[in-house]
Design a protein around this ligand. Structure first.
Ligand SMILES: Nc1ncnc2c1ncn2[C@@H]1O[C@H](COP(=O)(O)OP(=O)(O)OP(=O)(O)O)[C@@H](O)[C@H]1O
Ligand SMILES: [Mg+2]
Length: 592
């Protein structure tokens, strides 16, 4: 995120802004154009009511000043009342319709943004801060809805009123109108300056808000670490800095916006002075086409004009800020996923065949590839273990065969099919996974297990839970949710939920990344039986630091710094007396 402190002059409507507005219009508003037209019609009617009010007032004044006809006066009063009743009805209907239009537009946009987010690569979420996503989907979408549904509609109503009343005044007395209008360019200049600044401040404010949300999110997620390391003060300070940053920015925003209204007021004052002075002169001189009723109506018209005009001016500053928000919202849609189905991707393939990695090159960051020519064969229907030091790339192998990331060079295939030519969904459906970092949702244990196969029967979920030794706890806790990220469970309990998921998923390929590392020996032995049953006849890849869990594997790869340094059966590797044998022996003595 680039935040320069020097105010950048941004054009009022950049090409990007125009394209964003077009996108919003054609994606979310155009389909409701009949309704929009109706709203527009009602707004125009409101403007017309304004004008009629002026005409009637003038007539009323004439009645009072000139012909003193009581009946006519009552007629005028009734008509004024009628006009305002129409206006009242419209004031009720317009926001009802416009808020409905705006909220459905925003709801649709939220759906689109979420759908798009779900298509993006995992790497996107590892790069982007959660706060930025929350900011867009929650705050910005909300702000946008308010802006479209009320601010814009009100501004339109005001603009129509301004145009109609101004038109009326211009016809009434062109000279006076021109005199009053001489100051309008001043408003334009101030608006230009203000708008450019506002865009900059708004962009900075959005960043600050994103950071704030992030800080809160990190703090609440990391509360255990915060507390145990006594860092409450530091967190408090960190949030205080963010808060004061946001406050400073809102003050800067206000400082910029605050220029608008005084400008309008000065213009109003000057216009009044000219109209009262000039108009008064015209009335006093007589014969210049303006009488007392005329000048009073003109002044009334000016009064009616200024409030909406002020609001229109303010709307322009809001528009600038919302253009920044619109850009930020759309930016999610401009991110494109790279892990997608190839044009002729197939969904049927034999998942029981060997999985082979040939000459695989891969790096998370561009520098220093983690794998540079990695070859591995994960034999179909057999159990292959991958062992090696922490950070050697074991988990990454699993991420690559499931296409969470795409490789930079080489090929990964299942049987004869490179995984790139398979539909991503079918590929991933071929795997049951016990991942190293287990994700537990804030739902019951039962729902957490069923998450991987929503269509599974209750009996199947219970059977998986029994096999994973989690059924007792599941019975005990019943429907109680497990807290955010499963915080109410022990590490081993989470792991057993993950195992139950894998058993329930029952896919042709089973991936286990440190699947039993958090379990005590007795539980591990029981769970291992279930896992061995699950692994039987299935392509299984197991990763473990505790080598005693892999000795029965059909083949073992030893990874070191992203390279295979040894491979073979347990017996082969022990006989070889290399890295594996050394690791195995040191663990054994560790236990004794
Ligand atoms: N999402 C990621 N983004 C950037 N780098 C990553 C990411 N995941 C892992 N790495 C880096 O890639 C390397 C291999 O990580 P990997 O998780 O595959 O190791 P591992 O062998 O599974 O280690 P462990 O035994 O600790 O689980 C590490 O140096 C790690 O820092
Ligand atoms: Mg790992």
């Amino acid at each position: 995120m680039t935040t320069t402190s020097k105010p950048k002059r941004r054009p009022l409507f950049s090409a990007q802004d125009r394209s964003n507005l077009r996108w919003f219009w054609s994606g979310y508003l155009r389909k409701n154009s009949p309704w929009l037209l109706l709203v527009f019609g009602m707004l125009a009617l409101q403007g017309y009511v304004y004008k009629e009010f002026l005409t009637l007032t003038e007539t009323g004044l004439r009645v009072i000043f000139e012909n003193a006809e009581m009946r006519k006066l009552i007629e005028v009063c009734l008509l004024v009342f009628l006009l305002f009743s129409v206006r009242a009805i419209l004031s009720y209907l317009v926001p009802r319709i416009s808020v409905w239009l705006a909220s459905s537009a925003i709801a649709q946009m939220r759906v689109d943004l979420t759908n798009h987010l779900l298509r993006l690569d995992l790497a996107y979420f590892e790069r982007k801060k959660t706060g930025d996503t929350i900011l867009r989907l929650v705050n910005q979408a909300d702000g946008m809805g308010m802006f479209v549904g009320s601010a814009t509609v009100n501004a339109l109503r005001d603009a129509i009123a301004v145009i109609i009343v101004a038109g009326y005044l211009a016809i009434k007395s062109p000279i006076l109108f021109l005199a009053a209008a001489t100051f309008i360019p001043a408003v334009g200049i101030v608006m230009l300056v203000v708008s450019a600044k506002i865009k900059h401040v708004q962009a900075t404010a959005e960043n600050a808000m994103g950071d704030y949300i992030n800080a809160i999110e990190e703090m609440s997620n990391g509360m255990r670490t915060v507390k145990i390391s006594g860092q409450e003060d530091r967190e408090r300070d960190r949030l205080a800095v963010s808060t004061s940053g946001i406050r400073k920015l809102s003050m800067r925003m206000e400082a910029v916006q605050a220029l608008v209204l005084p400008t309008m007021d000065m213009v109003a004052a000057l216009a009044y002075v000219l109209v009262i002075g000039g108009g008064g002169y015209m009335v006093i001189s007589g014969g210049l086409g303006l009488d007392s009723a005329g000048i009073i109506t003109f002044l009334l018209g000016l009064t009616l004009l200024f409030d909406p005009a002020r609001r229109v001016a303010q709307f322009f500053t809001m528009l600038q800020a919302n253009l920044v928000i619109l850009d930020s919202l759309r930016s999610i849609l401009l991110e494109s996923p790279t892990i997608t189905d190839a044009p002729h991707a197939r969904s049927d393939f034999d998942a029981t065949r060997d999985i082979t990695l040939k000459g695989v090159k891969f790096s998370y960051q561009d520098a220093n590839p983690l794998f540079d020519g990695l070859d591995l064969t994960l034999a179909g229907g057999k159990t292959t273990a991958i062992v090696g030091a922490t950070g050697s790339g074991k988990t990454t192998v699993l991420s690559l065969i499931t296409r969470l990331y795409d490789i930079d060079a080489g090929e990964i295939s299942i049987g004869d099919h490179p995984i790139r030519d398979l539909k991503v969904k079918s590929l991933r459906n071929a795997f049951s996974v016990v991942a190293q970092d287990i994700v537990i949702f804030n739902a019951s244990i039962f729902d957490n297990i069923r998450y991987v196969r929503p269509e599974a029967t209750d009996d199947a979920v219970w059977a998986a839970a029994e096999a994973a030794e989690i059924a007792d706890i599941m019975r005990e806790r019943g429907d109680a949710p497990l807290g955010p990220k499963g915080s109410q469970l022990s590490g081993g309990q989470k792991q057993r939920i993950a195992i139950a998921r894998a058993i329930l998923q029952d896919a042709p390929i089973l991936l286990m990344d440190e699947a039993t590392s958090a379990l005590d020996q007795k539980t591990e032995d029981k769970v291992r039986d279930a896992l061995e049953r699950a692994a039987k006849g299935r392509t299984t890849v197991m990763i473990a630091h505790r080598l005693s869990t892999v000795i029965h594997a059909d083949w073992i790869y030893v990874l070191d710094f992203g390279r295979v340094v040894e491979e073979g059966t347990h017996a082969d590797l022990m006989a070889r007396d290399g890295l594996y044998a050394a690791m195995y022996r040191s663990q054994k003595t560790g236990y004794a």
